[in-house]
Write a protein that binds this ligand. Sequence first.
Ligand SMILES: Cc1ncc(COP(=O)(O)O)c(C=O)c1O
Length: 396
Amino acid sequence: MTPLVHDRILSLAPTELPAYIYDLAALRAHAATVRDALPERVELYYAAKANPEPEILGALGPYVDGYEVSSGGELAHVAGAAPGRPLAFGGPGKTPDEVTAALELGVERFHVESEYELRMLAELARLVAPGRRVAVLPRVNLPVADGSLAGSALAMGGRPTPFGMDPVRAEPVIRQLADGTYPQLELRGIHAHLASGLEAAEQVAVAETVVSWATGLGVGLAEVNVGGGMHVDYGAPERRFDWKSYGTGLARLLERHPTLTLRIEPGRALTAYCGWYATEVLDVKHSHGEEFAVVRGGTHHLRTPATKGHDQPCSVLPVDDWPHPWPRPGAEGGRVTLAGQLCTPKDVLAREVPAAGLRAGDRVAFALAGAYAWNISHHDFLMHPRPGFHFLGTAE
Ligand SMILES: Cc1ncc(COP(=O)(O)O)c(C=O)c1O
């Protein structure tokens, strides 16, 4: 935990908890490291779905080339929070209203998910943006070499999914775009996001597969977007995706394609590390031989461990003060399961955490809560108060 975050957690009153605390200085330093590891001809877009808080988008601004948005809502939000920055509009099931709004906003790139969407975009581009050529990147659901996605937490490519087009369907679409069937659309390149949770070597293998398929088509392509999905290890919160070896692998790939620009669009691996969900232990209980601490808040604020089926990494910050006249409950054994305030056994943030001596009133900080955390959670279930939000390290 960064000193800024540690001090803020201890300075908050119990009623100011739970709270999301973001260290924007740490985020900027991390983003700079990522940017430095990538070759010049790799554009870095941030997948806003991971965490679209305006402060997060702003802090990333100097280090990214643009933002990937996946809905009309994200489009309007990111265009407002990061005005003038390039946007790539992706995601399945785009509605005509969303496509129209994107055209009116002058979105730089469309990631086209299906033949239907391409025809809709072509027609709307003719009506809404006459005289302009709209850049498109068909999204392809490519099979990847056996075993190269073995470690992937969430494979989206190479098997039946609602995402992108099968290569046999994408190819005629790409050829139509290349031969001018849709004069209002410009074939800018290919988009693929095939999996989440891949290590650097696996990501390089995916990039090789996508680039080799795309360039093998023999049509002029300026860009290939190889997606996001860089691994974040919730079991080892200090570990980082190996951006250096990923950058080296991409540089080797680019040497063989001297006119190509590669684009990546990570979300989780950029912002997961800058956020903490901090809370207070309300009660410590014994149940059928195990110990449970119930904390303020829970998975309705931090759904990540429930969706990914992991224990959210955490640290205990002991608090000596006990302001109440009634006795303070505490753990008697060495391991405690940290649960939230919801009336469901699924409301568990971390199981059997080593927390000898944990007492009510102590604070717990859950790490790696900067991505797919608050914004994917079911906030209104049980109508508990919302957490506070603190953005630290804002001075440049
Ligand atoms: C098309 C696309 N791009 C990028 C991302 C970001 O993935 P991650 O946050 O795992 O890097 C996603 C996540 O679902 C996605 O669907």
